[in-house]
Design a protein around this ligand. Structure first.
Ligand code: IVH
Length: 686
């Protein structure tokens, strides 16, 4: 075949294959057998081998994977990938609806879209000029891993989408033109049958089976060698467009329709609902179907359909107000508690843990469950030897729900909290007002271990090769006593340890060396200050910019940072007052640890301003207006006082206006208020 003929045939084969992909993934109605599909694909492959310059990155042959990577790159999401608030019952779902309406200041029923909540992992696909250019995992919601090569191997993911200048869609397709840059979100998962077959193959090959389809999907997607991913039966359902430059949608339904028209797989069970009762009905209906579906779901997601309303509702912390995940009741299993052991955590808290006969709960083998604290054990009257019901909901750590009293035989032994620490023998105390027992030993190896393991963990300094076992070995051998000691380790010291070879020692030292300039927020998180999780650490880094500024901040200053109240502020101030902590920080500095500075967030435009509302606003509800002011750093008061800066007068404003006038406080009408916030508010029913 000559080159021109090959080009024509290649193009025709690609169009045909694309068509059959759509029949298979979008319409669930294939027109040809898998074998015939493979024949066409092989023909295309052969032609491309003969004329390699005719290969394009979006050819259906380009899904076989590429040579392995050393490490995944990091991708900062253009729009953060949020998580969802949970509801567990019809009543909690109604409460979500009431919250939305209260916030919007409206009694009208809200139209929703109900979707199955797929139990896989969320990914983001970036298409630029119609081509899939970057695919990433959710990561911490802000930064994910670049798994583009792996995602490209998943047949349900289009490698390209038709561009504006492409020919119009078939009649009735209703396809919107694809903008230059779009980001598509969805869930990568593995169907149950594919998962079973994969595990059969793995067992035959002597590889450990995956615990559940979700783990299998995650493990497959996070392969450095995309050729392995290409052999794993992954699929993807899309449920959102995060960024779409130049296109506007009015409803979530329109988004989903467009996704399907562009060639993405959209879950066929998604339904619109005219009010919350219809959503609840559908929640029960999908719950009934759950076990019969080809893929695992752990609930449904209810989303406000109108995108303007979604925008007005906005987000709190890390979850949108306009959506809720309604989880199905957890899967329960019965087992026996063989022992209750005590673990000592980073802050010296002793946690009783049930050691149980292993059982499979919702697809995962479980043999340990936290019992939280002594009070909890007393309340549930849990004894060693008891038969118990345990449950696991979604990703949540398994818990003991109740004791099967009728299975008691009399030889069960009550649990007693030890009076001395099982790790260091120091006294164990229970502080007033706390449920926890703590070991007071300053040199408790368990606390030191946990503290250092946390310092090196993924969300913290992310030091490769410094897992729990190695940390324990280093602490037990007296090589490290605090996190800063890590940076003074030498090869000679490491080689003295059991099972530590030359290669692993230099790998570890290299990994430690790489952690010397962490982003500020990770270092703050790594310090292990009580109550400071990854999210709060980020906020602190953005607010302070430098470690010195954080160390010098007063409790009042800290409380101006979003989500930080008196307790958290006190914990931070207390931490930096402690001589031992300051010593560790000093040691970190002398080891050359220099956190990268964080760009400080611009001061909030309404910071220090207090607003009082009176009368009814026409464009938004009271709660919405309050959230708007607070999101810009301002505060809202209920009465006009000396500290009030503005009184916002809506329709039928009351006596507050008079009071404001008397005190010479600025009075704004609704339009002036909106102008001040600089936010354009669009009426919801346009
Ligand atoms: S919407 C801001 N829709 O659930 C809303 N999420 O807890 C973002 N998930 O990370 C998600 N099915 O991994 C949405 N139909 C669905 C979903 C879904 C599964 C997962 C997703 C997300 C998590 C949120």
């Amino acid at each position: 075949m000559n080159r021109e003929a090959a080009r024509t045939r290649i193009e025709s084969l690609r169009t045909t294959l694309l068509h059959h992909n759509r029949r298979y993934y979008q319409m669930d109605d294939p027109e040809i057998t898998d074998a015939d599909y493979d024949l066409l694909l092989r023909e295309l492959n052969d032609l491309e081998l003969e004329f390699p310059d005719l290969i394009t990155p979006d050819s259906p042959t380009q899904r076989v994977g590429a040579p392995p990577l050393e490490k995944f790159g990091a991708v900062t999401h253009r729009t953060p990938m949020l998580s969802l608030a949970n509801a567990f019952s019809g009543e909690e779902i109604r409460e979500f609806d009431r919250r939305c309406r209260r916030f919007l200041g409206s009694d009208d029923p809200i139209h929703y879209v109900v979707e199955p909540k797929l139990d896989g992992l969320a990914v983001n696909l970036l298409y630029e000029y119609g081509r899939l250019t970057v695919g990433s995992t959710r990561g911490d919601g802000t930064v994910g891993e670049d798994v583009t090569l792996n995602l490209r191997t998943i047949p349900a993911i289009p490698l390209s989408v038709p561009r504006m200048e492409d020919p119009p869609p078939p009649p009735g397709g209703g396809m919107a033109a694809v903008p230059e840059r779009i980001e598509i979100r969805g869930e990568v998962c593995m169907e149950r049958e594919a998962f079973r077959n994969l595990n059969i193959r793995r067992t035959e090959q002597g590889a450990p089976p995956f615990a559940n389809p979700r783990n299998a999907a995650a493990g497959s997607l996070r392969q450095l060698d995309s050729r392995i991913t290409a052999r794993r039966p992954l699929t993807m359902f899309c449920y959102a467009i995060a960024t779409a430059e130049g296109v506007a949608f009015r409803t979530h339904e329109a988004v989903l329709r467009t996704l399907a028209a562009w060639g993405f797989q959209v879950n066929p069970l998604i339904r619109p609902a005219v009010d919350i009762e219809e959503c609840i009905h559908y929640y029960h209906q999908i719950g009934q179907m759950r076990d019969k579906l080809p893929y695992e779901i752990d609930g449904i997601v209810i989303k406000v359909n109108d995108l303007l309303l979604q925008e007005r509702l906005g987000a709190v912390s890390r979850s949108p107000r306009w959506a809720v995940a309604c989880k199905f009741a957890a899967v329960r299993e019965r087992t026996v508690i063989d022992d209750i052991v005590v673990q000592v955590g980073r802050t010296g808290v002793l946690t009783p843990v049930a050691v149980m006969r292993a059982v499979r709960v919702g697809g995962v083998m479980v043999s340990r469950a936290t019992l939280h604290n002594e009070d909890e054990i007393r309340k549930k009257d849990i004894r060693i030897g008891d038969t118990v019901m345990i449950q696991r909901a979604g990703d949540v750590i398994p818990e003991v729900v109740e004791v099967v009293q009728t299975a008691r035989i009399g030889s069960e032994k009550p649990f007693v909290m030890p009076e001395t620490c099982p790790e260091c023998g120091s006294r164990v105390v229970r502080m007033e007002g706390e449920v926890a027992h703590r070991c007071i030993g300053m040199a408790c190896p368990a606390q030191i271990r946990e503290h250092i393991a946390h310092f090196a963990s993924r969300g913290a300094l992310d030091i490769d090769g410094l897992g729990d076992k190695v940390v324990a070995q280093l602490v037990t051998n007296g090589l490290i006593h605090d996190p800063a000691d890590l940076f003074f380790l030498t090869k000679e010291k490491l080689l003295g340890l059991e099972r530590m070879a030359e290669k692993s020692a230099s790998n570890l030292l290299e990994a430690i060396g790489r952690a010397k300039s962490p982003p500020l927020d990770r270092l703050i998180f790594a310090l292990g200050i009580r109550h400071i999780g990854e999210q709060t650490a980020k906020r602190l880094a953005q607010a302070c910019g430098k470690l010195d500024a954080l160390m010098a901040a007063t409790s009042e200053e800290l409380q101006t940072v979003r989500d930080i109240g008196p307790e958290v502020a006190a914990s931070i101030v207390g931490f930096f007052r402690e001589a031992a902590n300051l010593q560790v920080i000093q040691k970190l500095r002398s080891a050359g640890i220099t956190p990268m500075e964080t760009a400080r967030l611009q001061a909030a435009p309404l910071a220090g301003k207090t607003f009082v509302f009176t009368g009814t606003l026409s464009r938004m509800g009271r709660n919405e207006a309050k959230a708007l002011v607070e999101s810009m750093g301002g505060a809202v008061g209920s009465a006009v006082t000396k500290t009030t800066n503005y009184v916002v007068a809506g329709e039928a404003a009351g006596s507050k206006i008079e009071k404001a006038r008397q005190q010479g406080i600025a009075i704004l009408d609704e339009a002036a208020f909106l102008a001040l916030t600089g936010i354009k508010v669009v009426p919801c029913n346009s």
